[in-house]
Write a protein that binds this ligand. Structure first.
Ligand SMILES: Nc1ncnc2c1ncn2[C@@H]1O[C@H](COP(=O)(O)OP(=O)(O)O)[C@@H](O)[C@H]1O
Ligand SMILES: [Mg+2]
Length: 379
């Protein structure tokens, strides 16, 4: 039974001469919460609108369940969509707003009432059913907009940045509610956001989009651990991964030696074409550095660098140090430490990192080898 499955085959969309979606292949399993994430303008909304039928593709096909819906009208696709601006009818009560679509569809009154009551219960809106939208908070209004979808019992829920208009605290709260709703309904959901934290916390699987193409698809933690390229490495994770310029000075069958900031690192390789003399990028996440004198001394599975403290952000629960390294071309490195640490700007700091935590990218930005596998500092 393929109810709730969504498949995209070579989906393309151009507006006039502008190619916005450049061939997307994707299969979403029933009940998955898939997040489309990427920078503003990369085509997330367009891709979602193609699934909804609000836009028609200029190439490829779309299946929902066992049906080819490529040219099917939005109302016939079994989808329901929640937008960033959730226009509710101001003169209607919460219950009327939620049931309006069903009323238009000609459902009997008692059935509408039943469905609205059930959705209201799921969304904890029962005490508010008689209120008008103006008497609701932003979060409550957004819940009504979601309720409008639930009553229709769609095969697939589509969300386009539904939390962008809410303040930070409410956004965090609604994020949790959407996760709960997904767990409760077990329905297929596609959720669009530019916020990688929202993507990481909500998604069963994340689809990272960039300029109309899929950069990588995977479970959140898979993308964090094994980004396939520089784009994904820089997009997933906060603060973002540090990138350092390295030079290959030796390449064996299963490892590559990289000169970086005065040290030589031997890192594993799998797929990429890296020859001695090739420029590479070493990526290290801020949270993977260890700090202090001799942190990794004598450990051939780690490497150390000297730096000068440029800026310190004390957040209470964690401290971010911005460090300068004289021999690095791009200068500043961000290191994240847990707890509140008093650091003096202008003083020296020795930081270390385990080679297993180093990501390596070739000149085209593709990941070379898998972090976490065998690695060693060359003598
Ligand atoms: N109807 C349209 N006509 C022309 N260009 C469009 C239209 N809709 C979207 N675009 C363009 O397509 C690109 C992707 O837009 P969109 O899907 O809204 O991005 P995102 O949701 O990722 O921010 C943008 O450059 C946007 O200007
Ligand atoms: Mg958008």
């Amino acid at each position: 039974m393929a109810k709730g499955r969504v498949q995209l085959h070579g989906v393309m969309k151009s507006f006039g001469a502008v190619d916005v979606i450049k061939g997307v292949d994707l299969e979403i399993a029933p009940g998955e919460l898939t997040v489309f994430v990427g920078p503003s303008g990369c085509g997330k909304s367009t891709l979602l609108r193609l699934v909804s039928g609000l836009e028609l593709p200029t190439g490829g096909s779309i299946m929902i369940g066992d049906r080819d819906v490529t040219l099917v009208h939005p109302s016939e696709r079994g989808i329901a969509m929640v937008f960033q601006s959730y226009a509710l009818y101001p003169h209607m009560s919460v219950a009327e707003n939620m049931g309006f679509g069903l009323k238009i569809a000609g459902l009997p009154k008692n059935l509408i009432k039943e469905k609205v009551a059930r959705a209201a219960e799921i969304l904890q809106l029962t005490p508010l059913l008689d209120r008008k939208p103006r008497a609701l908070s932003g979060g409550q209004r957004q819940r009504v907009a979601i309720g409008r979808c639930i009553v229709r019992e769609p095969e697939v829920f589509l969300f386009d940045e539904p939390l962008s208009n809410l303040d930070a605290a409410l956004r965090g709260q609604m994020r949790v509610e959407i996760a709960r709703l997904h767990a409760k309904l077990g329905a297929t959901m596609i959720y669009v956001t530019h916020d990688q934290v929202e993507a990481m916390t909500l998604a069963t699987r994340i689809v990272v989009l960039n300029a109309g193409r899929v950069e990588q698809i995977g479970a959140p933690i898979e993308l964090y651990r094994h980004p396939a390229n520089l784009f994904v490495a820089g997009f997933i994770g906060s603060p973002r991964m540090n990138f350092m310029d390295g030079l290959v000075d030796g390449a064996e069958a299963d490892s590559v030696s990289v000169r970086l900031n005065g040290a030589t690192l031997r890192l594993p390789r799998h797929n990429a074409d890296v020859r001695p003399g090739a420029k590479v990028t070493v990526g290290i996440r801020p949270e993977h550095f260890r700090v202090g004198p001799g942190v990794d001394a004598g450990d051939d599975q780690a490497v150390e660098f000297d730096s000068v403290i440029d800026l310190v952000e004390r957040l209470g629960g964690e401290t971010l140090a911005h460090l300068r390294m004289p021999s690095l071309s791009d200068g500043v490195l961000v290191v994240k430490m847990s707890g509140d640490i008093a650091l003096r700007i202008g003083t020296g700091l020795r930081v270390g990192v385990r080679l297993a935590q180093c990501h390596l990218f070739d000149a085209q930005g593709r990941a070379v080898g898998e972090p976490g596998s065998r690695a060693a500092v060359a003598a």
